[in-house]
Design a protein around this ligand. Sequence first.
Ligand code: T5A
Length: 208
Amino acid sequence: MSGKFIVIEGLEGAGKSSAVTIIKAAIEQFGKPLVCTREPGGTPMAEAIRNCVKQDWRDEKVTVEAELLLMYAARAQLVQNVIQPAINADQWVLADRHDMSSRAYQGGGRQIPDSMIEPLRNITLKGFKPDLTLYLDVEPATGLARARGRGELDRIEQEDISFFERTRERYLQLCADDPRAVVINTMQPMENVHQDITKAINLFLDKH
Ligand code: T5A
């Protein structure tokens, strides 16, 4: 027996926080012990990396290569120390972001070629992948307006809109190629978004 790995993905302001709350409740009702994670982060060292990548370093430019490597360094810590042990112990894991974020933000947004990303994925994940990914789709302008309403934008959130358009486009491509990914339209009233999320998670739970 082993647990399941469910991932929520999406641009800033897509509504991942409320999706986590809905899915967490559904899994707990299903009677499964649950571990929740976020990326980058989720272990003491990975949280330190998160602080490092989210902030500006005054005049020092964060290179796209350093950003990519830090995302995978944080992921290696989290997957080996938290996610895989939990799954091996028959717990379920609900993740706020995972590998698809790097492929979309660094691959799509930053335009880093797959030939650079793939070796890092192999080293870090060794073929490990989610059982279900819910991608919350939002147009960048709408998502960023929601994120702005919440407070100051961080280093990545301050990127040009074209960065988020490329990121979204890559997300949609990755979902189209992944039979375990479900796209949820979040550009509709919150109540409808929540109904769609509930439907998707219940469909998954019915099969497991
Ligand atoms: N990153 C991360 C990479 O570049 N590569 C990687 O490999 C990884 C793992 C992480 C940053 O790092 C990048 C991506 C990110 O830029 P973060 O703080 O975790 O930083 O950023 P986010 O995950 O984007 O967190 P956010 O809090 O911005 O996004 P959420 O959680 O999707 O937004 P949420 O749920 O707080 O919603 C925002 C607001 O919108 C409203 C909500 O009420 C809330 O106020 N809202 C809606 N309003 C109207 N209609 C709806 N349907 C709504 N849905 C939500």
